[in-house]
Design a protein around this ligand. Sequence first.
Ligand SMILES: [Zn+2]
Length: 303
Amino acid sequence: MQDIRSVLERAQNNGVALGHFNVSDLVLLKAVFSAAQELRVPVLVGTSEGEREFMGVRQVAALVRALREEYDFPVFLNADHTHTLDSAVEAAQAGFDSVVFDASALPFEQNARLTRQAIEALKAINPAILVEGEIGNIGTGSEIHELATDLSKYLTTPEEARQFVAFTGVDVLAPAVGNMHGMSQKMVAGEMKKRLDIQRIAQVRAAAGVPLTLHGGSGTDDEDLRRAIDGGISVIHINTELRVAWRSGLEAGLAAGDHQVVPYKVLPFAVASVKQVVLARLRLFNDGKQTSAEQKTGVASAV
Ligand SMILES: [Zn+2]
């Protein structure tokens, strides 16, 4: 079984990106896993602090571990946007493969100092754990916002990226490059797309010297995502698109039977709806062709 580090390296070498999908329940987890399994590409499952609080830190770790072991499949678990050291340590102790330590709301130097401390503590628990740090402002909340906020003045500069990585020693960096969390109502309706600063991605990647993660990928223009991968993005986070699909699938499941109260007859509608989104995103991140994705990521030989 490959570890998360070698899967990430292989993705970089082959010009593809790993899909990172947030889950808050078993419906989302089933949808994400089944899509990755169908396409035979590795996948990252993410849980934010709120999502972990709902599912249980050790419980979600046990679910993902059970899938990885039973199917001998490269599915990994990330502690997304972790704001305190205690909560990062809890995730590392529960067996998470990676942690996004997010002190990006603080001034740059404080962020760098706290991130460095977190890395030290987390690697002491598990030397193989990947730690990601974040700089710049990409907004908060993977939900539907009335309007898209203009975050263009908070974009990450190559110099900040270089300094942050050199000081902290993060394994992965999350920059602000035109991405943002959540989706506006126009994006949900498909009338508007997020656009990325591709040139900046390439400059930040070169200055950082470590793989980059794109947060807030929901609602982003497909072509921009492809070009972002070429520019040096190795992991792409999708959450809000899944939540939108979760809700519409759930509504369809409830509407299908007036007196239906059997969860395992209602919830498969939601699984199917979310799975379609995950399939489409994984195809795009892995170059749009299943066979090519298999060759490029080498997962076919690993599963
Ligand atoms: Zn994020």
